[in-house]
Design a binder for this molecule. Structure first.
Ligand SMILES: Nc1ncnc2c1ncn2[C@@H]1O[C@H](COP(=O)(O)OP(=O)(O)OP(=O)(O)O)[C@@H](O)[C@H]1O
Ligand SMILES: [Mg+2]
Length: 418
């Protein structure tokens, strides 16, 4: 290492005291400079992107995104940056996973000054050597406007029913909770801009909504978006709420909404979108960017008729039927219109049924606590776990589908209204 060049270090730990202690341990080392600190994995990724340090000292257990996931993302984005993991105990399972994610070294908390400086110097040397190997970047122009973050290659899941009251919001919120984990964080977006009630279903409120993002869709960054999202604390799911008043809905165009979804998919593993039965520009643009659509129905003729028409709309939009997961909500075995008959009548495979269970669903909605946060052994919860698994599988299957040349929604609406 050149004598003049310092080893540039970023500290990522959710506890302020730990960050401060490490900074203090390093402050008298002439060849080491702390260039940034972050309190969670995501911030760590962002700071690393900005400062391009040689070494990141990374805590393993952090609330929003664990150190292993962050390590992986940092190594992908900055291949020469070396990660030194800090953990409470030397759990071999963690160590193995951290290694696989690309971590270089491990220290047990709290490290001594000698251990810490030796590890930083070793990692710094490695970073220097790896940096030397990397040819200077050829500017590709890719990743300009919307980028800044590229943490996930997130997938969009739109939950839609062409008839109101079928359970779209119930399914979207509980599916979001079922899909969410520290490794696969989820954001739920309320696509029902006039009368959206996702925030109510989750008993969260705030003054910010998608309206705050719409005017700046071309210059979004992580901080702005984070500041607008609500956090559903019991689950960790983030929420992009609908506007507080129905009249504000008009201020968000379909194009803006799609751009917001495209940005969110870089920040989250899954972007679950609740929608309205009404095919607004916003709902149609969500269809334009979605990976899969959960099309809901119930066992009654109007809902089934509307589901058939919705499939025709999706066909006209050139959305591959493999992207459509047709689901029966509020399934009651006593009703003669069976899932098989419904599937047969509208020629679309029914991939899942969710049992009718008012005793679970109604109190959950009224209390604002998704039932997927509670007893997961109930039949309805098991149905949702199965549904979440199906969504994951189908997303993998459709990832290989060629991107359809989707028709624009103005075209299709023009046709429908004729
Ligand atoms: N599996 C189920 N069993 C029994 N009731 C259910 C089930 N799923 C949803 N419900 C009930 O159906 C009603 C409508 O649910 P929800 O608000 O989720 O529907 P929606 O399609 O989002 O309605 P809207 O068109 O108003 O947005 C709620 O009262 C909810 O409790
Ligand atoms: Mg709803």
């Amino acid at each position: 290492m050149e004598a003049t060049e310092k080893i540039r270090v970023v500290i990522v730990d959710d506890i302020a005291e730990t960050r401060e202690n490490i900074r203090k341990l390093l402050q008298f080392e002439k060849d080491i400079e702390v260039v940034g600190a972050a309190k969670n994995g995501r911030e760590g990724i962002e700071i690393t992107r900005q400062t391009k340090p040689d070494v990141v000292i990374m805590d393993i257990n952090m609330p929003d995104m664990d150190g292993i996931t962050a390590t992986e993302a940092i190594r992908r984005a900055n291949p020469y940056t070396q990660i030194v993991i800090l953990s409470v105990q030397g759990d071999p399972n963690y160590m193995r996973r951290a290694m696989l994610a690309g971590a270089r070294d491990f220290l047990t908390k709290p490290p001594s000054v000698d251990e810490l400086t030796a590890a930083v110097r070793r990692a710094g040397k490695m970073a220097y050597e790896e940096r030397e190997k990397i040819p200077p970047p050829i500017h590709s122009g890719v990743g300009g406007s919307l980028t800044g973050v590229n943490i996930y290659d997130g997938k969009v899941v739109v939950v839609y029913s062409p008839k109101g009251g079928v359970g779209t919001t119930t399914v979207a919120t509980n599916l979001a909770v079922a899909l969410h984990s520290s490794e696969t964080p989820v954001v739920i977006v309320d696509g029902n801009l006039q009368f959206g009630d996702v925030a109510v279903f989750l008993n969260e409120q705030g003054k910010n909504s998608v309206v705050d993002l719409a005017p700046r869709v071309d210059e979004l960054d992580l901080e702005v978006v984070e500041s607008v999202l609500l956090v559903h604390k019991p689950s960790g799911v983030k929420v992009l709420a609908a506007p507080l008043r129905p009249e504000y809905a008009e201020s968000v165009t379909g194009e803006q909404f799609a751009k917001v979804l495209q940005f969110l998919r870089k920040m989250f593993a899954y972007v679950v979108v609740d929608s309205s039965a009404y095919l607004s520009d916003v709902v149609l643009s969500a269809f334009d960017v979605t990976d899969v659509i959960l099309l809901l129905t119930t066992q009654d003729i109007p809902a089934i008729k509307n589901a058939r028409m919705a499939l025709e709309v999706l066909d006209a939009l050139s959305i591959n039927r493999k992207r459509v997961l047709f689901v029966l909500n509020r399934y009651d075995k006593r009703i003669g219109i069976t899932p098989e008959k419904i599937a047969e009548s509208i020629k679309q495979e029914m991939v899942a049924t969710i049992p009718f269970d008012e005793r679970t669903v109604i109190p959950s909605v009224n209390r604002g606590i998704p039932f997927m946060l509670e007893d997961r052994t109930r039949p309805i919860a098991k149905a949702y776990l199965g549904l979440a698994e199906l969504v994951r599988q189908r997303i993998t299957q459709v990832a290989d589908l060629e991107i359809e040349t989707k028709k624009t929604y103005s075209g299709i609406l023009g046709r429908v209204s004729r």
